[in-house]
Every structure is written in C-alpha cells, then in structure tokens.
Design a protein around this ligand. Structure first.
Ligand SMILES: CC(C)(COP(=O)(O)OP(=O)(O)OC[C@H]1O[C@@H](n2cnc3c(N)ncnc32)[C@H](O)[C@@H]1OP(=O)(O)O)[C@@H](O)C(=O)NCCC(=O)NCCS
Length: 168
C-alpha cells in the first residue's frame, strides 16, 4: 500500500482536472452524470465537502462527502440509516494509480477525520453491484454490505457502511 497518501483541499481551479477524470473510461463506467458531479464540486451544498487525493505530492483522485438528511434517506427507502450519517464518493482519476491501495488509504484518512468529529454515526458508500474493484477496496477498510438498493439512474447497487459504534 502506498505510504504517503494525503487529502488536500479542493480548489475551484481543479474542476478541469475532475472533468477530465470523469470522462476517463475506468471512471466514466461508474459515473453516468459527470456534469452533476462537476457542479457539486464547484458549489458543494450545505453539509457537503470534497478533497483531492495525493500520493507522493501528485494529485491522483477525488473524494466527496455529504451529510444525508432524513428526508433523502427515507425517500430512497434507507429508513434504518441513522440521521447524521455521511455519504461518500471516491475516485482515483489517474489510471496508472488505480489498484495500488490509494483509495483505501484515502478512505482511512477520511474515516479518521469523521471519528474525531464524533457527530458521524455511520459512513455509507454506494457502489454498483458490478463494481467489484470498488467493493474489494471498501471491504479492506472495514465497510460491509448493508443491503442492495437501486438509486435512480444507477441500477442495482450495494450500500456499504462503516459504523463507528462497532469500533469498540
Ligand atoms: C474504486 C477505487 C476508488 C478503489 O481504489 P483503489 O486504490 O484502486 O483500490 P485498491 O488498490 O484497493 O484496489 C481494489 C481492488 O481492485 C483491483 N484492481 C483495481 N484496479 C485494477 C487494475 N487496473 N487491474 C487489476 N486489478 C485492479 C485490485 O485487485 C484490488 O483488489 P485486491 O487488492 O484485493 O486484489 C478506484 O479503483 C477507482 O477510483 N476506480 C474507478 C472509479 C470508481 O469505481 N469509483 C468508485 C465508484 S463507487
């Protein structure tokens, strides 16, 4: 696993880089609506934020997170997810950096930030049932499949969760 992975603040000048990544085939396969992501990154909603993933000082990926409201959770049938939970999306945009353990390392950094905040009961990641690379990466970090659901436009997905309450 790469040792020197960091998360650094996302600045609006990085939108161009994110746009390039979102149309790169290994990412585009899982992100059907790139413009939505670009808009979100340029102006994150309340409760949302994002960061760039670096390794050895090079910017290689992107992660975003969003506190999910009770209304949204209920609207997609996720009644069992506690209020205050955070939804995360991640991508390693540079193809030559995929499969090198950078995604898991970036997620561990993010989880450690959430743990320190103490107001995040659970972190969720949604991934296509077909995205086996993502499922392997998330499982390594301690996420488990909670259930399958079908968010609009994404087909059959797994909701994978990491609960801080089970840390002890
Ligand atoms: C999903 C993602 C964030 C995982 O991060 P990562 O740093 O690649 O994670 P890992 O290095 O732990 O790789 C995960 C698994 O994918 C496999 N893998 C990934 N890329 C591979 C490649 N190019 N060739 C072969 N295997 C690969 C590895 O076998 C690895 O499993 P293993 O270590 O148990 O063998 C990253 O692959 C990615 O951004 N993919 C494209 C976008 C995407 O799918 N985003 C997630 C949407 S939910």
């Amino acid at each position: 696993m790469e040792a020197d992975v960091t998360l650094i603040p996302f600045s609006s000048t990085e939108v161009t880089l994110l746009r390039r990544w979102l149309v790169t085939p290994h990412v585009a396969a899982w992100y059907p609506d790139p413009e939505d992501h670009i808009e979100w990154a340029a102006n994150p909603p309340l409760g949302g934020d994002r960061a760039l993933i670096t390794v050895g000082g090079q910017i290689v990926g992107y992660v975003r997170w969003q506190a999910v409201s009770r209304e949204i959770l209920d609207s997609v049938g996720l009644h069992e997810i506690p209020t205050g939970s955070v939804d995360v999306d991640i991508l390693i945009g540079e193809p030559e950096f995929v499969g090198r353990g950078i995604g898991p390392k970036a997620l561990l950094l993010l989880l450690s930030q959430f743990r320190q905040r103490r107001d995040v009961p659970l972190v969720g990641l949604t991934t296509s049932v077909q995205n086996l690379f993502a499922q392997r990466a998330y499982t390594k970090v301690g996420f488990r499949v909670l259930r399958e659901y079908s968010p609009p436009g994404y087909g059959r997905c797994y909701l994978m969760v990491y609960s801080f309450n089970e840390d002890a």
